[in-house]
Structure formats: C-alpha cells, structure tokens
Design a protein around this ligand. Structure first.
Ligand code: GRF
Length: 210
C-alpha cells in the first residue's frame, strides 16, 4: 500500500477530496502523515478528525536548514512515505528533499502551466492574473516537483472556459472543483504505477501496463 505524506499550509480541501477517494477505495493508498508549516492550518482539524499523524514543522524554528531537512526526511522515512503530495503548501521544498524524492513529489497549481506560474503565483494571485490578462481558458495542473517553482513534468491538466462575467473569486471556485478531481486521478495513476516519466514527458500507461 502506498504511503502518502500531505504537505499543506491552509484549509486542506484538496486533502479532504483525496481522503474521500481513498475511503471509496478509488485510490489504493493511505495518508500516513500530514505536515504543515502553520500551527493553525485547517488541515490539522482533518488530521485530528481522522486520527492521521500530523506535525507542525517550520524552517524558521531551526538555526540551520540542514537540521530542518534532516527532521523532515526522518519523519518521511519513519512513515515509509512513497509519495509526497503538496496541497496548498506555500513553502519551497529544499533541494535535498526534492532529490531524494525525485518524481515522487506532486503539486497542484490552479492554472494551466506554464502560464501563470512561478514565485508569488499562488491562490487568488493566480486567478486575478488570469482575469487581468484576459485569457479565455484556464484550469488546473498536477505536476511533479523539481527545483524550480511550478516547473516539473506535467502529469494531468484540465481546462475550463473563462466567461466574460467571471471574477477571480468565481474562477477560484470553478478551478478548485477541477483540482479536487484531477489531483485524485493523478495520485491514483501513481499508486497504480501507471505513470512513466521520460524527461519532461509523463506518459500514462493503460491499466494493462502497456
Ligand atoms: C489550491 O487552489 C491549490 O491549487 C493551491 O492552493 C490551494 C489549496 O487549497 N496550490 P486547499 O488548502 O487544498 O483547500
């Protein structure tokens, strides 16, 4: 069974959607640890309700990054984590963790990458930029995490139309519904070992493994 670690900084609606699909046995995995850099993150309520181990861990509490990285890696190791899922996690993942979990860290971004990504592009900033630019489609992207923000190999994307009367708020609601769907699909593909990665390209194998 795949052990998943969820890293989140906020309310955790993506984590909730993933847990729902695990409960329905659509995803053969378990969330074995939840980490947040915020002590009051909504995601911790989910952890407490579901008896999932959780840890508040923040780089600013450490005198050096090496100790922080060591603690994160030992937590992940202790839970035998096979996949890290970033769900609204607002901190950069140190490169040592990325290299140890290469192509085993996923992120969801509320736009169609490579558009509207990069440093500072998170949450409502993204939807405001989308409306201001005047693009006609937006959507959500699930990708593997590499050393650059919003840059790693793309696993799944789904588009939605931007209507004339859309606002950043209305788009954020519509895109979130798409996120909840595609994040679970991507995790399921990973858990079923159907993702094959070749450089920047991620191929989805059919269920017979061809
Ligand atoms: C989502 O919009 C996600 O794309 C972004 O942060 C938000 C997290 O929402 N990375 P939630 O905490 O999962 O509700």
């Amino acid at each position: 069974m795949l052990n998943v670690a969820v890293f989140a900084s906020g309310r955790g609606s993506n984590a909730r959607a993933i847990l729902k699909n695990i409960d329905r046995q659509r995803i053969k995995a378990r969330i074995s640890i939840i980490l947040s850099n915020k002590s009051d993150a909504g995601i911790f309520d989910i952890a407490r309700q579901r008896n999932i181990p959780y840890r508040h861990i923040d780089l600013s509490h450490y005198t050096c990054e090496k100790d922080y990285v060591g603690d994160v890696l030992s937590i992940l190791d202790g839970h035998n984590v096979g996949l890290i899922v970033l769900a609204g996690y607002l901190k950069k993942i140190p490169s040592e963790i990325i290299s140890q979990y290469r192509n085993r860290i996923m992120n969801i971004h509320p736009a169609l990458l490579p558009a509207f990504g990069g440093k500072g592009m998170y949450g409502m900033n993204v939807h405001r930029a989308v409306v201001e630019y005047g693009v006609k489609i937006t959507g959500a992207t699930v990708h593997f995490v590499d050393e650059e923000y919003d840059h790693g190999p793309i696993i799944l994307q789904e588009a939605i139309r931007v209507h004339d009367d859309d606002t950043p708020e209305s788009l954020s609601e519509k895109v979130l519904a798409v996120e909840h769907d595609i994040y679970s699909r991507a995790i399921k593909l990973f858990a079923d070992r159907r993702l094959e990665i070749d450089g920047r390209r991620v191929y989805v194998q059919n269920s017979k493994g061809q």
